[in-house]
Write a protein that binds this ligand. Structure first.
Ligand code: ADE
Length: 360
């Protein structure tokens, strides 16, 4: 082949060789890099989404100790999987891992090797499918994450907004047919340890000579610092149900951006819907009937880029509801224990604004 994204074949080969040689010598020892089976790569890549390497390591080791393979994960109760996840946040990642493990065991096929089949598993998008196929099966599948996007932006001196596809196409053009596992990891490693967001360590960079940003003396200006992500306004109905001295909490009814495993059942209120109607529907779904609900004043709360308007609704139950319909685990919790169980202060504000006994 002749020109590939502006580089001829000889230049591309030289780039690959320099990068791979550096990676062989300088890569960090990380637990998922020993014995990169598809299962081990999968768990690590899911944990590494939204979470730093150093945070992930102890979670990864504990998880792999308890669930060394697909079968042990599939046979576990969801509650145990979530318990090992507690603290990593974004719990839908753990639920999807568990669902995918069960699907694979039902199909009796183990981990699929075909990219399209990997991609079809719950919780797996193009990045994770590419990472599994390249890191575990050594298939020449590209991966693009934030680090790799920054590396490409500097190498190619990109100063304008560029579509996502440009980065994927660039990685497809660069990835070698052999050693694609090491190539992808080398690109990740370069982004994490050398080509950092601020003060890149260009003097230690194995591909400095290929870098357009460096040639222009622009390595500290490219990529341009992004404008802050736009905030999103979101309305949420929060249902606080009381029976005797206890309140009902769940690990299954919450939008993913709310931190902590446990919370009151809550649901996003779509445009045009009223908070009260959403709360009544939630109630009917969970209890099979309507009960009188007291509304709180509006609760204002921010989580990352979400500006939340919370609407709390409080109801008393005469019984602890053996017929409660679940979307996850439900627990009746003593009011005194809520403070340590609920991480998000969105819920604490809800309790304070509702006519139920307060928490610390
Ligand atoms: N970030 C995402 N995937 C990674 C991996 N496999 N190794 C190190 N950092 C990563």
């Amino acid at each position: 082949m002749g020109w590939r994204h502006g580089w001829d074949t000889a230049k591309t080969h030289k780039f690959q060789r320099s990068l791979l040689k550096w990676y062989r010598r300088h890569h960090r020892k990380l637990p998922w890099r020993d014995n990169p089976t598809p299962y081990r790569v999968w768990i690590s890549e899911i944990m590494l989404q939204q979470t730093q390497v150093q945070t992930v390591i102890p979670y990864y080791n504990r998880f792999l100790n308890r669930f060394p393979d697909i079968k042990s994960l599939a046979e576990a109760e969801e509650g145990e999987v979530l318990a090992l996840w507690a603290g990593l946040g974004y719990y839908s990642r753990a639920r999807n891992l568990h669902r995918a493990a069960r699907l694979m065991i039902e199909r009796r096929g183990g981990f699929p090797e075909k990219y399209e089949e990997v991609l079809a598993l719950p919780g797996i998008g193009p990045y994770t499918a590419g990472a599994i196929c390249s890191l575990a099966f050594n298939q020449p599948r590209p991966v693009v994450d934030g680090n790799i996007r920054r590396v490409i932006t500097r190498l190619k001196g990109i100063t304008k907004y560029s579509a996502k596809s440009l980065f994927w196409d660039q990685m497809s053009a660069w990835i070698p047919d052999a050693k694609s596992s090491f190539f992808n990891q080398a690109m990740m490693e370069l982004g994490a340890t050398i080509c950092m967001p601020f003060h890149p360590r260009c003097r230690q960079c194995p591909v400095e000579g290929f870098c357009e940003a460096r040639r222009l003396g622009m390595e500290n200006k490219i990529p341009a610092v992004q404008r802050r992500q736009e905030t999103r306004r979101i309305r949420i109905a929060i249902l606080v149900l009381q029976h005797e001295g206890r309140l009902l909490v769940t690990d299954g009814h919450m939008p993913d951006f709310i931190p902590g495993r446990w919370g009151f059942p809550c649901q996003q209120i779509q445009e045009g819907k009223s908070p009260k109607d959403v709360a009544s529907i939630m109630c009917r779904k969970m209890l099979g009937r309507k009960i009188p609900l007291a509304a709180s004043p509006k609760i204002s709360h921010s989580i990352t880029r979400y500006r939340i308007e919370g609407y709390g609704f409080f109801g008393r139950l005469d019984d602890s509801g053996k017929t409660l319909q679940k979307a996850g685990a439900l627990r009746w919790v003593d009011i005194g224990r809520l403070g340590s169980l609920l991480i998000s202060s969105l819920f604490k504000k809800a309790v304070q604004k509702l006519p139920c006994p307060g928490i610390d």
